[in-house]
Design a protein around this ligand. Structure first.
Ligand SMILES: Cc1cc2nc3c(=O)[nH]c(=O)nc-3n(C[C@H](O)[C@H](O)[C@H](O)COP(=O)(O)OP(=O)(O)OC[C@H]3O[C@@H](n4cnc5c(N)ncnc54)[C@H](O)[C@@H]3O)c2cc1C
Ligand code: SF4
Length: 312
């Protein structure tokens, strides 16, 4: 229970009739174990006050302000609900049809389904604090100025960078659905960048869709855990599902691929990649150009390599 208590110190008080108010630990290890291994103060991704309670004081305000929050990703949701809890008034505006920002993408990555719990938590927090989120509205600077707000919180996240290589006009970089078995074991994708998002996208692309009833058994099987416990230690040989497509992970830096991932996740992420056919990470690479279905890359200063891929 160590991690759940970091995510929500009121876990015991809330369990039972208020369990829908619990800020759930999403099992990411990012701010607790990974921080500890780096000799930093253990905290929590979904509760950054953990370990910093005396520094970040959230007492009721003496002067209530009108505060507008732009963006309803995790940052905007936390800002809007915390401000309301302290006695400020206002609301949040979101350009998308639903709250969550990039967490809506993250929760779709196989193995990151628990990110949805954070959105469930914030949905309940919005109800409890009475904060209204106006969705489907991209707010402008003029509107904000006309609103005469005391404070405006810009929590608009980041804009994805366009693929820099020259793509032929009309070509598309949209990945095909991961469950499509249309071209088994063909090198269909090329992940650009081998940071957390690059690994996540390749996990998404190589994942084989399963029914909900089989998912738990398969998750245990992937790591070699046996559910029935009829074998000593509850272990058996891991099941390695075949990926419907092959993905190249490419990076410019010459460092080890995945070197930037957290200590607790790097090992198993790399192992999952090898098992799923993403065993061809290339580093120290400079992109030259993209033409037709083929991508030209150069592992500087070595000879150019041509990767035949369907999507980038
Ligand atoms: C696939 C994937 C996996 C990830 N995995 C992890 C992980 O394991 N760990 C981790 O820490 N992070 C992860 N992230 C990153 C994490 O999701 C982001 O860091 C986080 O969502 C940032 O929150 P935010 O609220 O600052 O911005 P965002 O989540 O980007 O939200 C910004 C919101 O503002 C809205 N907006 C923008 N402009 C306007 C406007 N003018 N008017 C109204 N609304 C506007 C946008 O529509 C958006 O909903 C992942 C991201 C992705 C895509
Ligand atoms: S950092 Fe992640 S794993 Fe650690 S307690 Fe918080 S949500 Fe749980």
């Amino acid at each position: 229970m160590a991690r759940p208590f970091l995510a929500d110190a009121d876990w015991v008080r809330k369990r039972g009739h208020r369990s829908d108010e619990i800020n759930t630990c999403i099992g990411c290890n990012q701010a607790c174990l990974d921080h500890t291994f780096q000799h930093k103060i253990a905290s929590c991704l979904v509760n950054p006050r953990a370990g910093h309670e005396t520094l970040l004081s959230l007492a009721p305000t003496r002067r209530s302000k009108r505060i507008a929050v732009v963006g309803a990703g995790p940052a905007g949701l936390a800002a809007a609900t915390t401000a309301a809890e302290r006695g400020h008034v206002g609301g949040a505006v979101e350009a998308d049809a639903e709250i969550g920002g990039q967490f809506q993408l993250a929760r779709r990555i196989p193995g990151k389904e628990e990110f949805a719990e954070t959105l469930r938590y914030f949905t309940r927090r919005l109800e409890l604090t009475g904060v209204k989120v106006h969705v489907n509205h991209r707010v402008t600077a003029t509107e904000l100025a006309e609103g005469r707000w005391d404070e405006v919180v810009l929590a608009t996240g980041v804009t994805p960078r366009a693929v820099a290589s020259r793509a032929p006009s009309g070509s598309t970089c949209t990945p095909t659905p991961p469950s499509s078995p249309a071209r088994p074991n063909r090198p269909t994708g090329r992940g650009r960048g081998c940071g957390g998002i690059g690994f996540d996208v390749s996990e998404f692309l190589t994942h084989v869709a399963r029914t909900a009833s089989r998912r738990t058994a398969t998750a245990a099987g992937r790591v070699g855990r046996r559910r029935s416990g009829d074998r000593r230690g509850g272990l058996r040989a891991p099941v390695r599902p075949e990926s419907p497509r092959r993905v190249y992970l490419l990076q410019r830096r010459a460092t080890k691929v995945g070197a930037g991932l957290g200590k607790t996740s790097a090992g198993c992420t790399a192992a999952r990649c090898r098992r799923a056919g993403r065993d061809d990470p290339r580093r120290g690479l400079r992109t030259d150009r993209r033409r037709g279905p083929a991508h030209h890359g150069r592992r500087a200063p070595a000879a150019p390599a041509l990767l035949e891929v369907d999507d980038v």
